[in-house]
Unconditional design. Sequence first.
Length: 478
Amino acid sequence: MAGMAGVAARRRPGGRPEAMPTAGGGLSPEIRILDGGEPRLLTDFGRIDPRSLDSYRAHGGYTALERAIRHLSPEAVIGEMEAAGLRGRGGAGFPTAQKWRAVRATESDRKIVVANLMGADPTSLGDRALAEGNPHLIVEGVQIAAFAVGASEAIIAVRRDWQTAVERLRLAVDQTASAHLSGYLVLGTDVSIQLSVEEGSGAYVAGEETAMLAALGGDRGMPWIRPPYPTTRGLWGVPTVVQNAETLAHVAWILAHSPEAFASAGTATGHGTKLVTLLGKVAQPGVVEVALGTPLLDLLPLAGGGTGTVKALFVGGPGGGAIEAAALDTPYDYDALGGVGAHIGSGSVLVTDEATCMVDTARFFLDFSAREACGKAVPCRIGTRRLVETLDRILAATPRPGDFDLLRDLSRKMADTALCHLEVLAPRPMLTTLQRFPDEYRAHAERGVCLAGACRVEPVQPLVAPISNVEPTSPAAG
């Protein structure tokens, strides 16, 4: 089979994108910042030197931290996050202020803030772009979060294979310590925040906060059974706030501008902007920042348009849903996407065209989820493999009776018994394509035909070759 999804995840159309030039240090070749959209977090890309504290401060850096520590109380900082309506950008969209209040209200001598840059959807580049292009923005947001919840420790957990990001984050942390912007007596006040950068191997399951905390604490990266939640018992058993890099960058932006300025973009239930990674059948794959609520159709011109007739968009990464071309007026927003079987997730949007097989694409995503499963939950560990095997039978035109019912029933049972949200999301690419492109599934299963012309079905060989010169009715044949 030659499904487009596997190709799109490994190779960019149009060749290797050029790195965006930045003053004093470029981005990794995989990252391309696209023009257009509504840049806020990306505004200073190309204007500042990501390796220079002075460059960051010359463009207003650390004024938000100074305002928080010198002019606001922790409760007032949380109040500004609530007024802004900031929701987590890691996928779930949980209200940031609500999470912070839970940690602040928990009695403990020790609290920790963790910036999660270890989630490993290989197609999503937003957090990595921030870490490479403006690392001080993340560091500033981490410290504001620590001040707000009463934490004296903050950890930036980042994938080991993002070496440019690791180096620049470490440099940023060292620079803030030397400038008394972190460590003991921050900005000459009685606030102390010890910062560190910790490297991890990275895994898709690390996008789930408790799995990341388990790995960070030295255990195998597997989700915890909840409750208790990390806000009351997290890393090393202490109250912990976990946010992704983009969320923390928005924290710094909100305090540097205002909650009202932040909420001026977006929708009634989703304020602000979101970093989106556009890839697949587009002219210029890359990262762009758009207002929440932007119609999906309006994302395509930001990447130079599609390279063919758009068939569907897979929104949300490996656990995202397929939205057909006729429904691309759907807003890019938490609630709107959830209503059509997709989600914001990792912030990636995969564009497919008429030459893309929906069955094979769904199989690619499911296989990724199966391979990345941590193994703790049996329905996930075994269920994802069974779903892949069922799709393989359909793709080979050798389905069993009831295979289509099996796909739906097993997916429902996985969701009902899920230990983490990634398990719930894993079947979505298959379920949404099965619902919206049923003819492609039937053509594969019943006739061995790929309607997209992308898959080649090999003739199925018999399990036992016939014995020559023996009649089927003879004793030897029995």
